[in-house]
Design a protein around this ligand. Sequence first.
Ligand SMILES: [Zn+2]
Length: 336
Amino acid sequence: MDNWILKGAKNLVNELGAVSITSPSQVKVKVSHLLMTDFDKLVFDGTVETNYPRILGRAAVGIVTETGDDCYGLEKGTRVYLNPTRACGECFQCKTGKPKDCSAVLTAGKDFDGFMRDFAVCEYGDVAPLPDSVDDFHALCIETVAIAENIYDKLQLSAGQKVAVVGADFTGNILAQVLQYHKVIPIIIDNSPANLERAKKCGIFFAFSADDDLERNVLDATSGELCSAAVFCASSKLPVSVTTRLVSEGKTVVLGFTSTSDSVIEVRDILRKNITLTGVSTAYDYTDAVINMLVHNAVNTDYFEKKVLTEYDPAELLANPETFKAGRMTILKMII
Ligand SMILES: [Zn+2]
């Protein structure tokens, strides 16, 4: 039985819980696989605030077990991805019929109950059917791919331009692959040889250490022009100032994904180079587009180590840094 409720910081308990459909537009889903994310850890330890009690779990797939009468395109047995974000329904954009532009997107496991439980009930529009060609491992990466895609959209680059991706762990690796899918050329930067090696296996040609030669290497890779943009993957341990050093005048620097650090950025470089700075941590309404990308093999997760657990103590896993080791996907397999 799984129904993991966070009662306070680091106070996670498994309690019996039952959910049932209450409207014809809802579906009931048996959660089958849940990816442990950095975000779950931040909510668990209280770094990211939530209202208790709260069920954790942001990245999950499952099987539809029951549908209301008005659920289109879904039937019992359909394998689905559970959307981790929802429009708030209360902001100006939501109230004027533009929920896609919601300014206060809600996130599973923080603003509403997440998926670390046997069954979830939600609106049928909040689940996405998965084609057979998108396996569960790729499906669990959908939101990361979606944020990467959102970053790509924000950058408005054209084919052949070069982008520095600072941080080559899970998020940086996926972002580099998404950029490459769009024919933008990533230059991935990390101090972990294993992360750089993995990036190369995933087809990333430029992969550099953040050492004394970095600027020279980037100048060589860009014919002396530096990068057209840079993205700092917030889980990276590198200084944010690496990003501003690697872009040319008037370009954009994105701070992307979920922050686990209190990194500081140097104002001097931003002003001197007239840099535009922007943050991207969510990607509401990208799910269908990303599933289509995955059908077309936009992202390869084969080189991530997958730890699939059938017996687990989520509290112990959330407290253990090994769970979130770079390049590892820790997955709870929840089907009984
Ligand atoms: Zn809204």
